[in-house]
Each structure stands twice: as C-alpha cells, then as structure tokens.
Write a protein that binds this ligand. Structure first.
Ligand code: MF3
Ligand code: CO
Ligand code: CO
Length: 277
C-alpha cells in the first residue's frame, strides 16, 4: 500500500512515499526539463558519422556548465560520465568513449541535468547518417510507445495503465518491451518512488494523483526483450543482439492530464531531425 506526501514537508530522500509537488515545483521542473531538452536539440547538429561519443559527453557537460546545471550522472553510483550514449543493440547506460559513430548507427543520448536542485531527465534517438528501414521502424514504434504511455496519464489512472498502453502498442508492432529497467519518480531526487513499468495491466500498480512527477522511458527491442549487462557494470545490451531504442520524457500529473517538462524547444519529436536547423 503506497502513501503520498507533500514534497514541502518530506525529508530529501526516498522514503517509499510518493512525493506530490506544488506549482512552484512544476515551474522549477519546466526549467530543468527544458534545459535537458535544449541540449538534446543542439546534439542533433553535432551527431554525424565519425564523431566519437566522448564528444557528445563533453558537449553535455559544457552546455550544462554554461547554463548553471550539473549532469546528474556524473559521480552517480560510480558512473563517471555526463551522459549515456547507447548505440544499436545497447539498450541503455552505454558509456561514452573515443570510438567514432558509424553511418547507419542508431543512437540514444540520455541527459539529466540538476538545475537549482531539480532533476530534468530526457532521452532521444538519433540517426547517424542514413539508417536501414528496420531501424527506422523500431525508432518510430518506440517514440509512439512513449507518447501512448503519456497520453493515459491523468488522476485516477494507474501506473499499470501506462505500462499497458506501451506494451500493447509495441507488441502489436512485433517489437518487445525491456522488463529490466523502468521509469521512476523524479523531481528533487534522481530516482524516486514509484517505479514506472513499461508493461502491465490496466488498473494495476499505483494510482496517479495531481502533483506526481515521474519519467516514462520505454526501451523497445526488435527481437526478444532479454538483456545482459556487460563487464563494465553499466552497458546493457540485448541478449540476442537485436536493435534496441528508447525515448524518455519527464512528466507531471495535473488535475486533468499531465505536463511534459522535457518538450523540445525546437519542436523535435522523432528523427530524422531537420538538417542545419
Ligand atoms: N538518465 C538515466 C535514467 O533515465 C539514468 C542514468 S544513470 C547512469 O534514469 F548512471 F547510468 F548514468
Ligand atoms: Co530516467
Ligand atoms: Co534518463
């Protein structure tokens, strides 16, 4: 049985209670979320065949620094980079390195900034040059899965409704939903209660209430859903080496639906993003 607590009166740690934020919290989350989204917008200009993911990592750090924000992943549980860069069959938590991106790769970049103590968490897919139709289809299905999950967010709905909306769509498209990672409460903490599963049944899970803030971040595979984590302790890959894609938004529940804190200032949704915008 889950209980809810006012962010204003709760200790700044995960107590297992669900924090409910006020309008000032939502406004602060719009600022943090918009900064992560603005960074993801700018990365569309940088990502090309031949650039190493370390260059993306450096951009994420410096863009944050220029706007008074710190990447939340830096030093998080021993992680030493400013972003995660997950290529092709990497499901999530890919570590930036000096290897050049190659024509035809699909890439997820996941950025979380801490701005004035608030966490804005978002990720998007990018195409490196021209990609194969199967890869493009996976990316489109994954984006649509996220947006169908967001579309059911309103008071009285449950986390199971979100998972069901995502799973039923992705599986009807002959794709699979990764079970080993989930969305999460976020706000003044990086990973908070509740977990947001990307699969499930209508009416199950936790009831959504106005003031809740969480991420939805489905990882969708072209093959089987199973993953394994490499020896570096972070990089999660599909066991069958099939392609995987992910999009992530941070949202807040309102009286009538939700607000998305991480919408693109440039209006980008799913790749390909306009060239030289
Ligand atoms: N931003 C990721 C998320 O969506 C978390 C990355 S944690 C890291 O929750 F340590 F792997 F960077
Ligand atoms: Co997240
Ligand atoms: Co993220």
């Amino acid at each position: 049985m889950v209980t809810y607590v006012d962010d204003a009166t709760a200790p700044l740690k995960n107590t297992g209670q669900i924090r409910l934020y006020d309008r000032a919290g939502f406004d602060a989350m719009h600022r943090a979320g918009r900064l992560a989204a603005a960074c993801l917008d700018e990365l569309a200009d940088l990502i090309h065949p031949g650039i190493p993911t370390d260059e993306i990592d450096r951009f994420v750090f410096e863009f944050g620094e220029a706007h008074g924000a710190l990447p939340a992943t830096l030093g998080y549980r021993g992680y030493t980079k400013s972003t995660c860069t997950s290529i092709n069959h990497v499901v999530c938590h890919g570590i930036p390195n000096d290897k050049p991106l190659r024509e035809g790769d699909i890439l997820n970049v996941d950025v979380t900034y801490i701005l004035d103590g608030w966490y804005g968490d978002s990720s998007r897919m990018y195409y490196v040059g021209e990609v194969k139709r199967a890869a493009e289809r996976l990316v489109e299905v994954t984006y649509e899965s996220l947006m169908r999950g967001i579309a059911v967010v309103k008071p009285g709905a449950t986390t199971g409704d979100i998972g069901h909306a995502i799973q039923s769509f992705a599986e009807a498209e002959r794709c699979s939903v990764v079970r080993d990672f989930c969305g999460h409460g976020v706000g003044r903490l990086f990973h908070d209660t509740p977990n947001i599963l990307h699969y499930g049944n209508p009416g199950e899970g936790v009831e959504l209430k106005p003031g809740m803030i969480f991420t939805i971040e489905p990882m969708i595979n072209l093959g089987k859903p199973h993953v394994k984590v490499l020896a570096d302790g972070w990089t999660a890959v599909t066991r069958d080496r099939s392609l995987s894609a992910q999009f992530e938004h941070t949202v807040g529940v309102t009286e009538t639906g939700c607000e998305i804190f991480t919408l693109s200032p440039r209006g980008y949704t799913c790749p390909p993003y306009p060239a030289g915008a």
